[in-house]
Ligand binder design. Structure first.
Ligand code: GDP
Length: 530
């Protein structure tokens, strides 16, 4: 195995941008994802990646479920090159019930694009996801989408971003023509004007032409004057990008456009390359930064099974944090110290996979059949390291799972354990309830449907799920457990994955009452999903 020089790793890391798009369902994330890849010439025709139009090649029963609901449950990784920069776009499920999945993806990116529908502004799911970005210190670039349709005033949208989430907006470009009568974009730094014309169906790149300012002023008329006036106002209030404030999560560059007809997508790509940070040294569990040039290390941020019928297996997604990865290189699984074979490492492009030979910080490796790998696990070569775990969201829905067929207790156990390690649900147990009746905890009820479907089809262990009357969970400890367990409407369970004690309450008033009466109780809020 060739040991690469640290300057090679540093150079490769520097040319990578690993990011996700966060948005409310229907804001146009899938369309923009395709448009970005299209624009970067990674695919010929929009629609080829997610196959939304037609959804050809849908595989497993689970995918069937995804299809019938029209939502994206699985996430894929897209990779494209643009002007010498390698972009890794990690797709995230849009449905609120899978926000836990999205959270894990956000643990693996260095930047996020916050996509807003120009008519709707900041929507509920966008706000939640933005909170996760803020929590993790992920810099956010804002893209105001669907500008080809009637929508709100650009200044009003900027104001909303500033007022509601406290991010100072710094528009990089400015639309000429109101939403619904979109003419083109003025680049604020250079003053250059790009006019867009649609192509039929939006399946190919929109026709963009550079038009000199004087000509544009004459041709666009009132729309140009309005934009010029607004630009002058922006200059006056100094709405300029401060790179340090952006990196600190205080300021967001804003771009306008429309993913469907490919308006302004190139400018977004350029902004990502120029502004999104490359992979940086990642802080380990002891608070010590591991340089990107250190020997290989990575963290599992997602484990997914049954992604499609052709690959009915279990794929662990690993974000490379440091060093160069080479297929076949021996790795150590941090939590157990066991060696891990990487002969079949893969790279993902949409739903297609191919063999991966080398990867650098910021890249995502897929390790198939990686049993024993759990979300949050660290993998390393040579120099041991452990990265902090990826925190779990606070569950709000709880069900007891039991096998419907006593002859299949073993399959039941295996299935539940696997879904647990994938993070499909959190599995909680207690001596009182016994091993055969684990409590499944979820952020959204759709997670239970996934569990029920997969337990039956994948593990051959049909389950019966019974709802429990709990709505709130807190982390606790042994000392507090004794007090809590004596109360009605409270139960203390152990999270199977990490042995953490979790107290669940029928309602938050009960929890608050207990907290008030017993201020010494340990009740730590988990990351809120909403
Ligand atoms: P997602 O749920 O966020 O992935 O959204 P989709 O990409 O599936 O888009 C939701 C709907 O909005 C679809 O009907 C798209 O065709 C439409 N859409 C997406 N982007 C644009 C856009 O820029 N302009 C217009 N007019 N429609 C768009």
């Amino acid at each position: 195995m060739a040991v690469s020089s640290s300057s090679e790793v540093a150079a490769q890391a520097a040319r990578r941008r690993t990011f996700a798009v966060i948005s409310h369902p229907d804001a146009g994330k899938s369309t923009l994802t395709e448009a970005l890849a299209l624009h970067a010439a990674a695919i010929e025709q929009a629609g080829a990646v997610h196959g939304k139009a037609g959804r050809k090649g849908v595989a497993s029963d689970w995918m069937e479920m995804e299809r019938s609901r029209g939502i994206s449950i699985t996430s894929s990784v897209l990779r494209f090159e643009f002007g010498g920069t390698l972009l890794n776009l990690l797709d995230t499920p849009g449905h609120a019930d899978f926000s836990e999945d999205t959270y894990r993806v956000l643990a693996a990116v260095d930047a996020a694009v916050m996509l807003l529908d120009s008519a709707k502004g900041l929507e509920a799911q966008t706000l939640k996801l933005f909170d996760v970005c803020r929590h993790r210190g992920i810099p956010v670039i804002t893209f105001v989408n669907k500008w080809d349709r009637p929508g709100r005033e650009p200044l009003e949208l900027l104001d909303e971003v500033e007022q509601r989430i406290g991010l100072r907006p710094a528009p990089l470009n400015w639309p000429v023509g109101i939403a619904g009568d979109f003419r083109g974009l003025i680049d604020r730094a250079s003053g250059a004007y790009t006019r867009f014309r649609r192509t039929p169906g939006g399946a190919t790149r929109a026709i963009a032409e550079r038009v000199p300012a004087e000509q544009a002023a004459a041709e666009e008329g009132a729309a140009w004057d309005a934009a010029a006036e607004e630009l002058a106002l922006l200059d006056e209030i100094g709405a300029d990008l401060d790179p340090e404030a952006f990196a600190a999560g205080l300021c967001t560059p804003v771009l306008f456009g429309a993913g469907l007809p490919n308006f302004g997508v190139g400018a977004l790509l350029e902004a990502l390359c120029a502004l999104a940070p490359p992979p940086a040294d990642r802080v380990d569990a002891d608070g010590v930064p591991r340089p990107v040039t250190a020997p290989f290390s990575g963290q599992v941020f997602k484990v997914q099974a049954g992604m499609d019928r052709a690959h009915r297996d279990r794929l662990a997604f690993v974000r490379v944090c440091s060093g160069r990865f080479e297929r076949g290189m021996p790795l150590t699984h941090g939590p157990t110290g066991r060696p891990l074979a990487t002969k079949y490492a893969q790279t993902m492009f949409g739903r297609d996979r191919s063999t991966l030979d080398a990867a650098y910080p910021g890249d995502v490796i897929g390790l198939p059949n990686a049993s024993g790998l759990t979300v949050g696990d660290t993998l390393y070569a040579r120099a041991p390291v452990a990265f902090p775990p990826i925190p779990a969201f606070a569950p709000e829905h709880f069900m007891v799972a039991r096998t419907r067929d006593n002859g299949r207790a073993k399959q039941f156990r295996r299935g539940i354990d696997q879904l647990d390690s994938e993070g499909a649900v959190q599995v909680l147990r207690s001596d009182l309830r016994g091993d055969q009746a684990p409590v499944l905890a979820a952020v959204g009820p759709l997670q239970f449907e996934v569990v029920a479907t997969r337990m039956e089809n994948e593990f051959g262990a049909p389950v019966e799920l019974t709802r429990l009357d709990y709505t709130t969970a807190r982390l606790t400890d042994k000392e507090s457990a004794a007090t809590l367990e004596a109360r009605r409407g409270v139960e203390v369970l152990t999270r199977t994955l990490d042995g953490t004690l979790v107290a669940v309450f029928s309602d938050k008033w009960r929890m608050r009452g207990l907290q008030r009466d017993h201020p010494d109780l340990t009740l730590i809020p988990m990351l809120a999903a909403g």
